[in-house]
Design a protein around this ligand. Structure first.
Ligand SMILES: NC(=O)c1ccc[n+]([C@@H]2O[C@H](COP(=O)([O-])OP(=O)(O)OC[C@H]3O[C@@H](n4cnc5c(N)ncnc54)[C@H](OP(=O)(O)O)[C@@H]3O)[C@@H](O)[C@H]2O)c1
Length: 291
């Protein structure tokens, strides 16, 4: 996607040097890429953390820095001079929660970081505990199911026009990853909502068949839903190398969602002043991927 920042002249870009700088971790992820773009479009400087700069594929004016959240010494320098920090809570591709939140937050404080947003999955892990115990302006963002999780259906829809999932009758909230990012970027740049945990949902409560109907409508493909057992889902996640604790958490969340998984909240509208994007909107953006 070509963002506005890609169209800036070098002279215009130089003016950005007056701007505040933010460090975005998880910058190559589904939510992080949107945060980077929002901050750039709002005229801020962005430093992006990744374990592999060669694969990062971020916009031209992003300062890409290599580092690993599980080894704070690798990204200490990336914290210098940043006004705000966006943190993820995972430390690997298997979604294992980070265990060194204290070290990360302490380093950020030493470097003078004053504001931290945390993209949390709802568990109070080491990162969440560390920011809550700190004196920074922290905001914990707890999105429910990200619409981008639907990308996990691409393979089975492309190959067989089928979706295999458990708990088909469970109606749940979901949120566009761009809305989560818009909330994070707004809070990082403008402040507010300090020392709060915001439960972020979209404005719809949908079942799996509802989502499949939306994808069918956008792609013109007749997609069948096959309800599978919980064990089938557990096994699929094991095959992806996902840790048993994480699997338990995902299964529990999907089989018996917490209140924010069943009912919409007004948090997105309250922070960014517009309603959340719909699933139909997300599907229109991503339809070619399912064809
Ligand atoms: N999926 C959901 O429904 C959901 C719901 C609620 C909350 N969350 C939260 O979302 C966050 C994940 O964000 P996402 O879904 O946007 O990510 P994602 O698309 O799954 O991408 C994962 C990101 O994590 C980075 N990463 C992984 N291990 C790392 C490490 N050791 N050091 C540095 N970076 C590392 C990756 O960076 P590189 O590969 O470039 O190094 C990548 O940017 C987590 O904090 C999770 O708690 C997700």
């Amino acid at each position: 996607m070509l963002t506005d920042i890609e169209r800036l002249t070098d002279a215009q870009f130089l003016r950005l040097f007056q701007a505040k700088r933010f460090l975005v971790t998880g910058a190559t992820g589904n939510v992080g890429r949107h945060i980077v773009n929002r901050l750039l479009e709002n005229g801020y400087l962005v430093r992006a953390l990744t374990r592999d700069a060669k694969r990062a594929n971020l916009p031209r004016y992003v300062e890409v820095v290599e580092g690993d959240l599980t080894r704070p010494e690798t990204f200490e320098r990336a914290l210098a001079g940043v006004a705000g920090l966006h943190l993820i809570t995972i430390g690997g591709d298997d979604y294992t929660p980070l265990e060194n939140g204290d070290d990360i937050v302490q380093l950020a404080r030493w470097e003078g970081v004053q504001r931290i947003s945390v993209l949390s999955d709802g568990r109070t892990g080491s990162v969440e505990k560390a920011v809550m115990a700190s004196d920074v302006d922290w905001t914990i963002l707890q999105p429910v199911d990200l619409m981008s999780n639907t990308l996990g259906w691409i393979k089975s829809i492309k190959s067989a026009n089928v979706v295999r999932e458990p708990y088909g009758r469970m109606a749940k909230t979901l949120i566009h990853e761009a809305d989560v990012a818009a909330v994070a970027a707004k809070i990082l740049s403008d402040g507010g909502h300090s020392r709060k945990t915001l439960k972020l949902t979209g404005s719809e409560v949908l079942t799996i068949p509802d989502k499949i109907r939306a994808i069918s409508a956008a792609t013109g493909k007749p997609i069948t839903y096959v309800e599978v057992s919980e064990e089938h889902t557990r096994q699929s996640m094991r095959e992806l190398g996902i840790d048993e604790d994480v699997i338990d958490y995902v299964v529990a969340w999907n089989s018996n969602p917490p209140v924010e998984g069943r009912a919409v909240t007004k948090s997105v509208q309250q922070v960014i002043g517009r309603p959340p994007l719909s699933f139909t909107h997300w599907v229109r953006e991503h339809a070619p991927l399912f064809m």
